[in-house]
Design a protein around this ligand. Structure first.
Ligand code: 5GP
Length: 179
């Protein structure tokens, strides 16, 4: 999959992300100050967001990872979500915050929230860097949102394009040169 005949347009710059993560970190630290915060980060897309977000927290936090099946190399959701790697720890005394890179159809986040709620955690909430509300297929409003964005395919800062470009430190939109 080539990206050479495409135009890159920066949507969230490094500075935008840094500033927004500071605000989110403060908000989450305030909201979870008296709680037992346990972050569940969804791989692979949220690894960079999670790493930066947790360093903006001023409260104790446990961090763990889950892997779900997602778009793979395509750009459209298959519609079915599968848990590839689960959390096997007893979660009953924790306040879970599921962290993902983006909520698009909402299928992944809804599936993971429902799955973790069955494990009887004290609370289960969601946090996403990017939200594309126009694409929603299920009713879901993430509890914490970094940026609400239009219906465009975005890449960088953990988000892939053909399993590359996750390392680009900002979020950009890919469009065809001729459009
Ligand atoms: P959903 O289940 O909400 O439709 O999609 C969740 C997953 O799809 C995200 O965690 C992400 O991996 C992938 N995804 C959704 N939209 C985009 C996008 O614009 N760009 C990239 N790179 N991945 C996306």
């Amino acid at each position: 999959m080539g990206i050479d005949k495409k135009v890159w347009e920066i949507l969230c710059s490094e500075e935008d992300i840094k500033n927004r993560l500071k605000e989110l970190g403060k908000q989450i630290s305030r909201d979870y100050g008296n709680k037992n915060l346990y972050i569940v980060s969804l791989l692979k897309g949220s690894f960079i967001f999670t790493a930066d977000l947790v360093r903006e927290l001023s409260i104790p936090v446990k961090i763990n990872f889950m892997t779900t099946s997602s778009y793979g190399h395509g750009v459209e959701s298959s519609g079915s979500v599968e848990i590839v790697s689960d959390i096997n720890e007893d979660l009953t005394e924790y306040d879970i915050l599921v962290v993902d890179d983006i909520t698009d159809s909402g299928l992944t986040m809804k599936y993971v929230l429902d799955h973790l709620r069955k494990k009887n955690a004290t609370s289960v909430k969601s946090c996403v860097l990017l939200d594309k509300p126009e694409r929603r297929k299920v009713q879901l409003e993430p509890d914490y949102i970094g940026f609400t964005i239009p219906d465009k395919f975005v890449v960088g800062y953990g988000l892939n394009y053909g399993d590359y470009y996750r390392n680009i430190p900002y979020v950009f939109i890919v469009t065809d040169e001729n459009r």
